[in-house]
Design a protein around this ligand. Structure first.
Ligand SMILES: C[S@@+](CC[C@H](N)C(=O)[O-])C[C@H]1O[C@@H](n2cnc3c(N)ncnc32)[C@H](O)[C@@H]1O
Ligand code: SF4
Length: 454
């Protein structure tokens, strides 16, 4: 199965016990499993496919719509998202004009699509000047027909690009969740992340967002920063709580700081695990509920509204270069890169596409039934748990029989099971970034290994 299956100890153990021992004791921070399969398992298709053929037979009544804005004011030292720093306005204008063309083609190919949730992410969507931001929202509402006022609608912003005008525009257009990347309230820590950030601007942005009346404010913080201690993490969390965020994400840093270069993976893991536990306990103590390894939700957060949606079940239509799209049987996206030159090349190529080309998808991964089941397993287990009945209804099979790994997780103390299904224990939650990769299929794991990041 996966890289977590390691060498045997002096004791004689069954392969199953051995595997779960490594899931429990091996490196805790292997990879953030925010989706499955990972985008590094995507490849060029032998033949391009039309949108209509890709979406044929898919339930299009409650899709998710995602717009990717691939621009930021700066490139943070830790980030490998698909984005380019410091674009001039003409570049952003050209992007939005291309987005308008792309969305018209997508709408023609999927005339019946109905959207149950909308996210604008990046990058930093709030970098767009207000007129361009308004045009991008028009694309979602008018061209693609998403009922922005009536469905959960989330936009990502950064402190430096949050203004009263933009925040008001977003909320007026129906945004009910704004997610802001803060990372740390200590300037020396954001500096260590190669994300110089003026603390005063952070406070102002948070005041602006709260004053605008957005229903759900989410803050991202990072742990594992060079020089960070339990006390400074608690200082950041305590400061964040002054704005009473409905949600808070604690992200482990995935770039080894200088102090840990040359030191063992274990020491670097232990540093992050200690900070994770301190942060988790502080948030639980403040009345937050842990939704997943990273996500904590306040008791005062509004109950989810809008049509029922579960990312394991429903499709996602992605627009804007760098966005991924998911049907049950095929995931696709534009090409992906990290180096500024390669990202710029992909954005340029997007803007040069003619209308007809937006009807074709070239790059992604097909999911056979076994991979669809595995996707459901991984995404459910790492979030609110795997419901045995939901699995049975969806696949007409038994999860326990399909995945002996579930029993291994229980044996290892990483999950609990009952008649309803399986959920991760606190030990399993903190090792989500090891459990997720361990649950991947061999095929996906080996394709990811072969991938060369540009
Ligand atoms: C799209 S950004 C959020 C919005 C905005 N671009 C910003 O940075 O303020 C997504 C979030 O992912 C997290 N992130 C990205 N790369 C990371 C990494 N290598 N390690 C830890 N967290 C990371 C950061 O917390 C960041 O806020
Ligand atoms: S963390 Fe946010 S602002 Fe920084 S490069 Fe990544 S997407 Fe851009």
């Amino acid at each position: 199965m996966s890289g977590l299956v390691g060498q045997s100890s002096e004791e004689v153990r069954s392969p199953r016990a051995e595997s779960s021992r490594h899931a429990l004791q091996g490196p805790a921070y292997v990879q953030y499993q925010y989706g499955y399969p990972h985008k590094t398992a995507y490849r060029a298709f032998p033949e391009p496919r039309t949108l209509e053929s890709v979406w044929a037979g898919e339930d299009q009544r409650a899709l998710s719509l995602y717009l990717h804005v691939p621009f930021c004011e700066m490139r943070c030292g830790f980030c490998n998202l698909f984005t380019v720093a410091g674009p001039v306005e003409a570049v952003m204008e050209r992007f939005v004009t291309t987005l308008e063309r792309e969305a018209s083609v997508v709408r023609s190919a999927l005339p019946k699509a109905q959207f149950a949730r909308v996210t604008v992410g990046g990058g930093t969507p709030s970098l767009l000047p207000p007129p361009l931001l308004a045009r991008a929202l028009d694309v979602l509402e008018r061209t693609l027909g998403a009922p922005l006022q009536d469905v959960p609608f989330c936009v990502e912003v950064s402190p430096e690009t949050t203004t009263v005008e933009k925040a008001k525009l977003l909320v007026d257009r129906g945004v009910d969740r704004i997610s802001i990347g803060v990372q740390s309230f200590l300037e020396r820590e954001t500096k260590a992340l190669a994300r110089p950030q003026d603390r005063k601007l952070v406070d102002t942005a948070l005041d602006v967002l709260r004053d605008t009346g957005v229903e759900t404010l989410n803050l991202d913080l990072i742990y594992g920063i060079e020089g960070q201690t339990p006390a400074t993490l608690l200082e950041s969390i305590g400061t964040a709580l002054r704005w009473r965020p409905e949600e808070l994400y604690l992200y482990p840093l995935y770039v080894r700081p200088r102090t840990f270069l040359g030191k063992s993976t274990r020491a670097w893991d232990d540093f992050r695990l200690e900070l994770y536990r301190v942060g988790r306990d502080a948030l639980l103590g403040a009345g937050y509920r842990q939704v997943s390894m990273r996500c904590f939700r306040a008791a005062h957060a509004p109950a989810p509204f809008g049509p029922a949606y579960r990312c394991q079940d429903d499709g996602m239509v992605g627009v804007g270069v760098g966005a991924r799209s998911y049907t049950n049987r095929l995931h696709y996206s534009s090409e992906w890169a990290v180096s500024p030159r390669a990202v710029r090349g992909i954005i340029d190529a997007y803007c040069e596409r003619d209308d007809a080309s937006f009807d074709l998808v070239h790059h992604g991964i097909a999911l056979d039934e076994a991979e669809q089941r595995r996707r459901h397993l991984i995404l459910s287990l790492l979030a609110d748990g795997l419901d045995a009945q939901v699995y049975r209804q969806k696949f007409e099979r038994e999860a326990a029989a399909d995945f002996p790994e579930l029993e291994q997780l229980v044996e290892a103390g990483l999950a609990t099971s009952n008649a309803a299904g399986w959920t991760l224990t606190p030990a399993g939650l903190e090792r989500s970034d090891a459990v997720g990769p361990w649950l991947q299929s061999e095929k996906v794991t080996s394709m990811m290994k072969e991938y060369e990041v540009k």
